[in-house]
Design a protein around this ligand. Structure first.
Ligand code: NAI
Ligand code: MG
Length: 334
């Protein structure tokens, strides 16, 4: 029996988690769930956004499946997701994007890439954020380290080897951000030299965005810094038919948290129409991580078969189904 920590999250979180667990239960994997709270729900129930019990559970189980958590824009508390990544040093954010059948994908059949995003440093973590007393000037510290760059580059090249992929594209802005992006690029080049079997190329981030939209088939694995990876992975989600199909893994040496790339979708929360596929595909990444690649493929296969049959698809995929009906349709094809 393997125990995982389950965080049901905010907004559409509980709806897509129930759907995902319905499918995982149908697979009879011998998984036990430890339900813990984080985010708005945790604040209301326990008076803390990230209760100690939740942290203890992840520390103990080393694997968590997490629904999206709401973060207020501008003011308010800072992101629980960022805090979880920091607490457990989840340095690699691995976001696969591939086109599935019967979706609003821009390039049917052509996209199959993985964004490997550095997850613990750079502008994204919001270090040193300050606004002057007169409200006229805002600053932020952007720190990149050799250690952080080295381990994420190594992760990307190792991932290429273990998944049989051929090419790693290092995405940067070292022409302008000479210090931070410069150190990242220099370090990635040193790592690339140790992997002569994997092709490596470099691309400046703005061009990379244009290339992704024009000719996505040239990409295999993309490795980049935190903020660029955040933006590029959503762009890739758009290429393959939307956020409802984009999963992500946050991997560290002591723990790993699997999730959907999308947020809590307050605009559709409570309506029962959220697409559960992103979290389900996150669960498939979790099964790979747990050493169950056959089960991961079984799950992906059932999702693809359900999309092919257009059975109970949710509105974002052009269907008229709902979250649980979609999950049941997937479970019936396992
Ligand atoms: P969002 O991803 O929640 O929603 C963007 C758009 O995509 C909305 O129109 C939404 O309805 C749609 N969408 C998202 N997931 C969907 C699904 N499964 N099925 C169908 N449609 C879906 O992004 P937004 O609105 O920028 O953020 C809302 C909240 O989520 C914010 O508080 C934000 O901080 C948080 N967030 C949390 C994340 C996490 O916990 N990992 C990641 C991104 C955002
Ligand atoms: Mg994002």
């Amino acid at each position: 029996m393997t125990t995982i920590t389950v965080i049901r999250g905010d907004g559409i979180g509980p709806e897509i988690m129930d759907a995902t667990l319905h499918v995982l239960d149908a697979m009879q994997l011998g998984l036990a769930y430890e339900f813990e709270d984080a985010g708005m729900v945790a604040l209301e129930k326990h008076g803390a956004l990230l209760p100690e019990a939740t942290l203890d559970s992840i520390r103990r189980n080393k694997v968590a499946l997490k629904s999206p958590l709401t973060t207020p824009v501008g003011g308010g508390f800072s992101s629980i997701n960022v805090e979880l990544r920091r607490r457990f040093d989840l340095y690699a954010n691995v976001r696969p994007a591939r086109t599935f059948p019967n979706t609003r994908a821009r390039f049917p059949g052509k996209v199959d890439l993985i964004t490997v995003r550095e997850n613990t440093e750079g502008a994204y973590i919001g270090e040193g954020q300050e606004v002057s007393a007169d409200g006229e000037t805002a600053v932020l510290t952007q720190k990149v380290t050799r250690k952080g760059s080295e381990r994420i580059a190594r992760y990307a090249f190792e991932l290429a080897r273990t998944t049989g992929r051929r090419k790693v594209t290092v995405v940067h802005k070292a022409n302008i951000l000479k210090s931070t992006s410069g150190l990242f690029l220099k370090t990635a080049r040193e790592v690339a030299a140790q992997y002569p079997d994997i092709e490596c190329n470099e691309m400046i981030v703005d061009n990379a965005c244009m290339q992704l939209v024009m000719r996505p088939e040239q990409f295999d694995i993309i490795v980049t810094t935190n903020l660029f990876g955040d933006i590029i992975s959503d762009l890739c989600a758009g290429l393959v038919g939307g956020l409802g199909l984009a999963p992500g893994a946050n991997i560290g040496t002591e723990a790993a948290i699997f999730e959907a790339v999308h947020g809590s979708a307050p605009d559709i929360a409570g309506k029962g129409i959220a697409n559960p596929c992103a979290l389900l595909l996150g669960a498939a990444q979790m099964l790979d991580h747990l050493g169950k690649p056959d089960q991961a493929q079984r799950l992906r296969g059932a999702i693809i078969a359900t999309l092919e049959a257009k059975d109970s698809l949710t509105p974002d995929l052009g269907g008229e189904g709902n979250t649980l009906a979609f999950a049941k349709a997937i479970a019936s094809r396992l």
